[in-house]
Design a protein around this ligand. Structure first.
Ligand code: 13P
Ligand code: 13P
Ligand code: MG
Ligand code: MG
Length: 369
């Protein structure tokens, strides 16, 4: 049976700044999905990571389906109405357009979708990040799917030994999707050369070379490319199928112990370490640190098990402690150097205006040579 997994997420308002949505908002989204998903969905699960609400859905209608996307869009609109009633901050933040136009691509919400013939014991991971952008997944995906130091399955499991195909998107290109396909391990250094530039090149999907099956799907939307100005960070979601032809769950999770520095955190304008957190966690230190949650699922004929919280295990407490130290170390240098994003990536136009005003006051000294 061919099943589609769709996750669509949006920030539609949160309590006390950019911390987390209210219970009533969550309940409103959940009940709208339940009521209007009847006959459309096989199953669904609503969760939040920081201030971002994610609707995970299973169905048989394929990716980009108008009714599935409309259901998510309408649910977010309902949630936004509650956010306004409650005075939540940034109500409707990620709903950048007024009207739904067939699917949510380019409208603000982030989308990741996978369609596949369900395997016996189909297992997958649903990742959601807050206060960062989709480039945050570049390193974990590279290590998980390309590096035998991280993923022994590449040496041990015959069905993985051919490696994986990466579809990488140039997210700076706004006139249509500009993508490149590269295969690991053959093009390993080319893949690395692109993925190091997390603000420009983003993994969109990963495929098994042995079977042609899709392993991973990442949301690649960049909000400031849609809105033309800062409206919040992209806060990407990702689906990764695991086990058998794909890396094991632990091989996909292991890279998150690094706590790599990623773009985001306060005002979307800093470099801060990515902290693995529990499901439905809020945000606090310096509007961050950037966080990532992971819900592990199994499914049968599209019916989901309960979500297992992949970062709840005590192991990750040590990682969290280390990431917190890294975050505080970086914050000690404030605006200086590597702590903030380069000019082109700064999400606020205020500084651009400030520098423009200062330009006029520069003068070139008379040459005394
Ligand atoms: P969000 O994109 O999560 O709303 O964060 C916005 C922000 O500016 C935090 O400082
Ligand atoms: P089990 O023997 O517990 O199924 O584990 C297999 C595996 O691949 C773990 O990485
Ligand atoms: Mg927000
Ligand atoms: Mg957010």
């Amino acid at each position: 049976m061919k099943v589609t997994l769709s996750v669509i997420k949006a920030d539609i308002g949160s309590i006390g700044g950019h911390i987390a949505p209210s219970r009533r908002l969550m309940e409103t989204v959940r009940s709208h999905v339940h009521r209007h998903g009847e006959g459309l969905l096989i199953d669904s699960a609503i969760s939040h990571t920081g201030d971002d609400v994610a609707i995970l859905m299973t169905h048989t209608r394929g990716p980009g389906d108008v009714e599935i996307h409309r259901l998510a869009w309408d649910s977010f609109r309902m949630g936004t109405a509650v956010a306004r009633e409650e005075g939540l901050y940034g109500a409707g933040q990620d709903l950048l357009k007024d009207a739904f136009t067939g699917n949510v691509h380019g409208l603000g919400p982030a989308v990741a979708e996978l369609e596949f013939e369900e395997r016996p014991g189909e297992s997958f991971l649903f990742f959601a990040a807050d206060k960062t952008d989709p480039g945050a997944y570049n390193l974990p995906l590279f290590l998980g799917f390309c590096d035998p130091m991280n993923t022994p399955g590449l040496m041990l499991a015959p069905q993985m030994s051919q490696g994986f195909r990466f579809v990488i998107m140039d997210v700076a290109h706004t006139g249509g999707d500009r993508v490149i396909e590269l295969e690991a391990p053959d093009a390993l250094y080319d893949i690395a050369a692109l993925l190091r530039d997390t603000e420009r090149y983003v993994v969109e999907s990963v495929w098994s070379r042995a079977t042609g099956e899709q392993a991973a799907a990442v949301s690649t939307s960049r909000l400031h490319n849609i809105a033309g100005k800062y409206t919040g960070k992209d806060d990407p979601v990702m689906l990764v199928r695991v086990q058998r032809d794909f890396p094991a769950t632990g091989e996909i999770l292991a890279p998150y112990s690094i706590g790599p520095f990623v773009a985001g955190c306060m005002r979307g304008s800093h470099q801060m370490p990515l902290m693995p957190v529990r499901l439905n966690a809020g945000i606090s230190y310096f509007d961050g640190p950037p966080v990532i949650s992971c819900a592990a699922y199994s499914m049968r004929e599209g019916r989901l098990t309960e979500a297992l919280d992949a970062f709840a295990h005590p192991f990750w407490d040590t990682v969290r402690d280390r990431v917190a130290s890294k975050a505080m170390d970086m914050r000690r240098q404030g605006f200086f150097g590597a702590a903030m994003l380069p000019m082109a990536e700064l999400e606020y136009t205020g500084i651009v205006e400030k520098l423009r005003a200062l330009e006029d006051r520069f003068h070139v000294r008379a040459n005394h040579r």
